[in-house]
Design a protein around this ligand. Structure first.
Ligand code: PLP
Length: 316
């Protein structure tokens, strides 16, 4: 209860949503079980869940494991939501839309305009927005509007302590939803995971008590590392990207240098030891994801290797 109280208070203030109380919060063993339990609680076999692509690698698996059908809708060219395309995909079987801002893998931040347009369009449809807010505290600019603050009628907020508080291995997360969903999810999880580990619940409370969310030095360090990547990439203009608005990824467009991003990532790995994730994992061939949340002593030489690999490349 103490963690639910603290989480409800923090979330209500962060999003400006006064309906959030401790009875709307379910604490889970990381945000992945929160996502999965949310899907299991609201979809019946054959129901559709709209997922903007590129999308984080687990979404399709979680939806399919829950018996749902994935309905993919591309983001815009600058990785914003396309409300018209999303609304155009809604069918009588559509139960939910799963969105994430800041966004893995592109690190983009969805614009308030497109979110509010989508919130208006969804009114009265009964479609639930599942907002994966795991990066909502890791943003680089003031120009950020969290998804839950945009007036969605039916929303489940999923979050956790893995990113903003770097408590990944402690497996602690939560969801915030209306009472009927809270009841369903709690009942379901009582049979699957039981409660989230109690030591981890205390760790989460300590993290909230003792630190800003996240600590100021975390954001400063991430900005510094983001700028190191931008500097390194300035010498290889054939690699295109949108600067990250949050999270800690660069989703680079490598279509000017290769026709096969899986093969390109494999050769980069074998020749230099640097691992990027090919865009195929996120339903976006032709791209590759770079995570810059590593020690600078690893990041700097890795960037040098990427620059050399691209500069020496003989394709395409
Ligand atoms: N959602 C997104 C978009 C993620 O990138 C991740 C982790 O990579 C998660 C959820 C899972 O986080 P957790 O460690 O809380 O399960």
């Amino acid at each position: 209860m103490e963690l639910r109280e603290q989480t409800a208070k923090e979330a209500a203030a962060f999003y400006g949503l006064d309906w959030i109380t401790p009875s709307n919060v379910v604490v889970t063993g990381g945000s992945k079980p929160a996502l999965y339990a949310s899907l299991l609680a609201i979809i019946s076999p054959g129901d559709e869940v709209i997922v903007p692509i590129p999308a984080w690698v687990s979404y399709n698996h979680l939806i399919e494991l829950a018996g749902g059908v994935v309905s993919e809708v591309p983001l815009t060219d600058n990785f914003d939501l396309d409300p018209d395309a999303i609304v155009g995909k809604i069918t009588p079987r559509t139960r939910a839309i799963l969105i994430n801002s800041p966004h893995n893998p592109t690190s983009s931040v969805y614009s308030a305009g497109s979110l509010k347009k989508m919130a208006d369009a969804l009114k009265g449809t009964g479609v639930t927005v599942i907002s994966d807010d795991i990066y909502a505290k890791l943003v680089f600019d003031d120009d950020f509007t969290p998804v839950p603050s945009c007036g969605f009628e039916n929303i489940i907020i999923v979050n956790g302590f893995s990113k903003s508080q770097a408590l990944t291995g402690w497996r602690i997360g939560y969801l915030i939803a209306e009472p009927a969903i809270v009841e369903g999810v709690s009942s379901l999880l009582s049979h699957i995971t039981g409660n989230a580990s109690v030591p981890s619940q205390h760790a989460a409370m300590a993290a909230m008590d003792n630190h800003d969310m996240p600590p100021a030095e975390t954001t400063a360090l991430l900005k510094h590392q983001r700028d190191l990547v931008i500097k390194a990439f300035s010498s290889i203009p054939q690699v295109k990207y949108h600067p990250p608005g949050g999270a800690f990824y660069f989703f680079i467009d490598v279509r000017a240098i290769t026709t096969d991003s899986v093969d390109w990532c494999e050769r980069l790995l074998m020749q230099t030891g640097v691992a990027l994730v090919p865009g195929e994992a996120f339903s976006a061939p032709g791209f590759a994801r770079l995570s810059f949340v590593v020690d600078e002593a690893i990041l700097k030489p890795a960037l040098e290797q990427i620059v050399k690999f691209v500069s020496d490349g003989v394709e395409k």
